[in-house]
Design a protein around this ligand. Structure first.
Ligand code: NAD
Length: 329
């Protein structure tokens, strides 16, 4: 293949960014994707590769350098002093091995990972003051999200009050189970309304409503997996999840603290098999360095934490059913 000149690369980079920006707008702002995730991911990788070869073309507003989409909704905006970031992803076990080598090189020794299911929903922050839920917000662009407190009051598994008067913030995923998603789309179809493309978009479209009464009618759930400011004594991700579970949060019971990649690969194989039989959608497996002090040491890039990575499942054939979802391409 002939090498691209800087000028040619610039043209390609601009074309890829334009496509990705349009798709991201449909996905994040309108909750109505126009292409499949695998198409988006492939195009994103092409842009990343070009930016790696031509670092002088990287700009702060490139989609590879920012989280989520533009904040266009009329919902009240909420600052996230501790940003809600995106996550790096890989598509093969070889790339996971490279991730593990990078981590070991950075910290100087092997580490244990908390391995979790990657829930197909949207990130949610829950803030408590003296044990009472005072604010819920979406990730938005990572630094500024949308206030969805009134809507979240209708999500049954979100505790309105904690058993202890804690002032704290937890984060997790808001999702719609497969059964609730099928029912909602059946109902919308019978009413002649556009059906949702997938459970992720149904969850986002149901949570990001100006009228909380609409959210009330939708069957949303949560899995909470991040304790932003855990109490002293909590030193690991696995322990943090157990602690949040004890406080009454809905946590996912499948997460495991594993200390070898072989065990991680077995976990991946197990859930690649079990994926379709779960009652909620997952689109991959997340590896998180378990030790919270190592997480702090490794830190973040502008877009993703360095201490976690998502292994994404290959796309499923059934996702290409176009009639039902009203995709425009
Ligand atoms: P992402 O959704 O791939 O990964 C980060 C998110 O994973 C986190 O913000 C969190 O909400 C979620 N998550 C689920 N389970 C988790 C767990 N156990 N621990 C931690 N986080 C967990 O990243 P993103 O930046 O939100 O979106 C990028 C992805 O969205 C793309 O890879 C693409 O697949 C999809 N996308 C698709 C389109 C499209 O047009 N189809 C457009 C934009 C984005």
């Amino acid at each position: 293949m002939t090498e691209l000149s800087l000028e040619q690369a610039k043209i390609q980079v601009n074309e890829l960014r334009k496509k990705l920006n349009d798709w991201a707008d449909a996905y994040y702002a309108k909750d109505a994707p126009v292409v499949e995730d695998s198409v988006y991911d492939k195009t994103y990788s092409e842009l990343q590769e070009l930016e790696r070869k031509f670092p002088e073309l990287v700009t702060p507003d490139s989609i590879t350098q920012r989280v989520g989409g533009d904040l266009k909704s009329e919902l009240t905006k909420v600052d996230h002093p501790i940003p809600m970031l995106s996550m790096g992803d890989v598509f093969s076990k070889d790339e996971l091995q490279e991730f593990d080598q990078r981590i070991q090189k950075a910290v100087g020794h092997p580490v244990a990972y908390n391995v979790e299911l990657k829930i197909d929903g949207l990130s949610l922050s829950l803030e408590y003051q003296e044990g009472k839920l005072v604010r819920a917000s979406t990730r938005g662009n990572g630094r500024v999200g949308e206030d969805v407190t009134a809507n979240v009051r209708y999500i049954k598994d979100v505790p309105q009050k904690l058993p202890e008067p804690l002032t704290t913030e937890v984060r997790g995923e808001c999702y719609m189970g497969k059964e609730a998603f099928a029912k909602l789309n059946e109902q919308r179809d019978s009413e002649g309304l556009q059906v949702f493309a997938n459970p992720r978009n149904a969850a986002a479209g149901s949570l990001r409503q100006l009228d909380p009464k609409v959210t009330k009618k939708r069957d949303l759930s949560t899995f909470i997996y991040t304790w932003v400011n855990p109490p002293q004594g909590i030193t690991g991700q696995h322990q943090a999840i157990e602690g949040m579970h004890q406080l009454g949060f809905h946590t996912n019971e499948t997460g495991k603290k594993l200390s070898s990649l072989e065990e991680v690969f077995n976990f991946i194989d197990e859930y690649t098999q079990k994926r379709n039989s779960l009652t909620y959608g997952i689109d991959g497996i997340v590896l998180k360095v378990d030790d919270l002090s190592l997480q702090a040491e490794l830190g973040n890039t502008v877009k993703v934490p360095r201490w976690e990575i998502a292994y994404k499942f290959p796309p499923e054939e059934q996702e290409t059913v176009v009639r039902n979802i009203g995709w425009t391409v």
